[in-house]
Design a protein around this ligand. Structure first.
Ligand code: NAP
Length: 321
């Protein structure tokens, strides 16, 4: 049996990883251990009919020789623990920002660049949620023409910032955010960095090119909006060559994308699915396209992406045994 651990199992991403593992019928095939913070130590989490006892991370965890460890407990926990697990023999799939910029760490969206896991890297980074949904769409469009420029403005749900942020939306408090998020929008996600862009914007601008192996000029504005789940993105794309709208539509019709031609992709429809939805497709001039993308940040933007990577890693290992 494959020995798997989830660090951050009680968080929004961690609980969604568990859900996706269940949906994929994988829970029965793995021996699962769940870690969270000291606050959750000793509590029970029931999955199916089995009770799992949560523990906090300590050096004993490293002796349990996990084959795979999902990390979804934030940058600091990943920085402190991921490499220790690697040293003890585990492969780490990390949802945090801790290693995404490291040259030797692949940033994987399985439908795009899963060949990057074939040289069995020890740490695999899951990209940022707002990057993944943009990447799956841009990847398909690159089949038609090179792209010179992308301008993206995001409408990001509160769950993207974790459970304490979601509580602020539900309760009308501002314990996590500096201001109340209810009836509000916050046009900056993370601190402003040296180039004038905020952290979330720089993540999209760096990560998209790393995943696609491109040097596209990408400009992002990221905004937190008061909805619980799903990120929306208004996207402008300037192609290098003239493009045909019918070719674009056929490139965008694939198993992991839902293209809506006459409807709107409401978060209320998209939430709970693993699909990337596209609506409002407009070819403005022969080289310029506008569209709106919506995906569930906890699934497509995190848990589903991580579990799909995990599935491919297992398959790859079995093939090479
Ligand atoms: N939310 C998203 O849409 C999304 C998308 C992509 C990537 N991510 C990334 O995924 C990670 C988790 O995000 P989230 O939204 O799930 O956050 P969250 O809901 O706040 O959950 C955080 C989890 O980390 C655990 N934790 C905190 N400190 C810990 C420690 N010292 N040792 C072990 N576990 C600890 C918490 O346990 P307790 O419950 O015991 O406190 C909880 O299980 C973050 O790095 C985030 O950037 C999130």
């Amino acid at each position: 049996m494959i020995n798997v651990a989830i660090v951050g199992a009680t968080g929004l991403v961690g609980e969604t990883i568990i859900k996706v593992l269940e949906e994929e019928g994988l829970i029965k095939k793995i021996r699962l251990t769940l870690f969270a913070s000291d606050n959750s130590h000793g509590k029970l989490l029931t999955i199916g009919k089995i009770d799992y006892r949560l523990t906090s991370l300590n050096e004993d965890a490293l002796r349990q020789k996990f084959d795979y460890v999902f990390f979804s407990a934030g940058d600091e926990v990943s920085k402190e623990w991921a490499k220790k697990f690697v040293k003890s023999g585990s492969i780490v799939i990390d949802n945090s920002n801790a290693f995404r910029r490291e040259k030797t760490v692949p940033l994987v969206v399985p439908e795009i660049n899963c060949e990057n896991i074939e040289n069995t890297p020890k740490i695999i980074s899951n990209p940022n949620c707002s990057t993944i949904q943009l990447a799956v769409v841009v990847h398909r469009l690159l089949e038609i023409s090179d792209i010179n420029k992308i301008i993206v403005s995001s409408y990001q749900s509160v769950s993207g910032a974790g459970r304490p942020a979601l509580s602020d939306l539900v309760l009308g408090t501002n314990k996590f955010f500096d201001v109340k998020i209810q009836n509000n929008i916050i046009a900056q996600i993370g601190g402003v960095e040296e180039n004038g862009f905020c952290t979330e914007e720089n993540k999209i601008m760096f990560e998209l090119n790393k995943i696609l192996g491109t040097k596209i000029n990408i400009l992002a504005t990221t905004v937190r909006v008061p909805i619980p789940y799903c990120h929306g993105e208004s996207v402008y794309i300037k192609f290098k060559n003239k493009v045909d709208i019918n070719l674009i539509k056929s490139a965008l019709r694939c198993s992991h994308i839902t293209l809506l031609e006459d409807e709107i992709a409401f978060p209320s429809i998209v939430a709970g699915t693993n699909q990337t939805y596209i609506c409002r497709l407009r070819l403005v001039k022969e080289k310029e396209l506008m569209l709106f993308i919506v995906a569930d940040n906890l699934r497509r933007g995190a848990a589903y992406n991580a579990v799909e990577t995990f599935k491919r890693l297992i398959k790859f290992e079995i093939k090479n045994k």
